[in-house]
Design a protein around this ligand. Sequence first.
Ligand code: FMN
Length: 140
Amino acid sequence: MLYRLVYVSTAREGLTDEEIGAILDVSQSNNHERYLTGFLAHNGRHFMQALEGAREEVDAVFSRILQDDRHFGVVQIVGEQITKRAFPDWAMNYFRADDPAVGTMVVRYNDPIDSLLPKDTPRELLHLFTRFLHIESLTP
Ligand SMILES: Cc1cc2nc3c(=O)[nH]c(=O)nc-3n(C[C@H](O)[C@H](O)[C@H](O)COP(=O)(O)O)c2cc1C
């Protein structure tokens, strides 16, 4: 069964770009091995991550993520069975709203989020990430 999970969390105070780089390296190689796909958005303070794949794989990685002390206050906001992946080509893509240059995607400031995500991203997901990034980009 194909499953999608989305959560939000708060980054540990003082989390560095190097530490985020390390998270992405491990995530991309682990996820690639397990055919987990998804998207990680960050704004310097909060994370929002979508993870999709076989239910057992998503649950297993999420239980590790829950215990990771590089962030806290993890709240799952979506857990649903799906028939199709929203991010089939991304082992874990990363977008940082306060500094897009740090992300693995090449984007310009003020690019709307829907230009970053695959064209057929489900509307609810697009809405979630759009709200997350817009709310956060208003935070000083
Ligand atoms: C915000 C955030 C997102 C993460 N995303 C993933 C992920 O998509 N895949 C993954 O394998 N690990 C992810 N991790 C890292 C895991 O928590 C864990 O460190 C990693 O899977 C290695 O686990 P292990 O040390 O038990 O082998 C993430 C960590 C954080 C803080």
